[in-house]
Design a protein around this ligand. Structure first.
Ligand SMILES: Cc1cc2nc3c(=O)[nH]c(=O)nc-3n(C[C@H](O)[C@H](O)[C@H](O)COP(=O)(O)O)c2cc1C
Length: 210
């Protein structure tokens, strides 16, 4: 059992590795952004989450710039008011991971890490060409969080593309079929190998497998 003082006594990196493991398996997507001069940027994040379906809202948590590193994704979203989320495959995970290196602002991770840029009508941020899941988000709200200086950004989904065969009759997407990767901690990229689906839960009704 670790106490709060044990945690604060830990070295920075092992503490970050431990705390990053606590949310369980996390989503993994590449965030595509650009500045007003269309200088592109690509970064891996795991902090995006579903905020609501009507309107369709996704949110993400971004760390602030610090003496150690600039945060180009945050600056671009605040400047250009949009971003894209792009899935990647397990085979692409090494280069997806590499996008987290602190490249200078004028070096695009799209080029350096080998993800081709795709521009789409009506979306001002770049997509990863060929990504099975491509989501375009328009900026809606920005909330700097007092507790640790991170930034909550809320966007509305304005563009969506995915393979038709992965779209189930009930509306959901078969992410396993699409090869969408998940992440444990900050360094482990995985593909789920088995799954179970259930109908919406109701009181006094036994869970029903789909
Ligand atoms: C697996 C993984 C997940 C990450 N998730 C986030 C995240 O959710 N939010 C964040 O601000 N940074 C996250 N990072 C760090 C960014 O990828 C990294 O800071 C990157 O350099 C930011 O790029 P930028 O300066 O071009 O925006 C993550 C890194 C890794 C390896």
């Amino acid at each position: 059992m670790l106490s709060p003082s044990d945690l604060s006594a830990m070295e920075r990196t092992p503490r970050a590795m431990l705390i990053n493991s606590l949310p369980g398996y996390k989503p993994a997507m590449l965030v595509g952004t650009c500045n007003s001069k269309r200088l592109t940027n690509l970064a891996i994040i795991t902090s995006h989450f579903h905020l609501g379906s009507n309107p369709p809202l996704l949110a993400l948590i971004l760390r602030p710039s610090s003496g150690r590193s600039e945060r180009h994704t945050l600056a671009n979203i605040l400047e250009n008011k949009s971003w894209t989320l792009n899935s990647f495959t397990l085979k692409e995970s090494a280069m997806a991971h590499q996008t987290s290196a602190p490249y200078p602002r004028d070096e695009s991770e799209f080029n350096t890490c080998g993800f081709p840029v795709e521009w789409q009508e009506g979306v001002t941020s770049p997509f990863v060409e060929g990504a099975a899941l491509q989501v375009g988000c328009e900026f809606r709200e920005h909330h700097p969080l007092d507790i640790n200086g991170t930034h909550l950004l809320i966007g509305e989904v304005t563009h969506l593309s995915f393979p038709q065969e992965a779209h189930r009759c009930d509306g959901s997407l078969d992410l396993m079929h699409m090869g969408v990767v998940t992440i444990s901690g900050l360094d482990t990229y995985l593909l789920p190998s088995t799954s179970q689906r259930f109908a919406a839960a109701e009181i006094d009704v036994a869970p029903r497998r789909l």
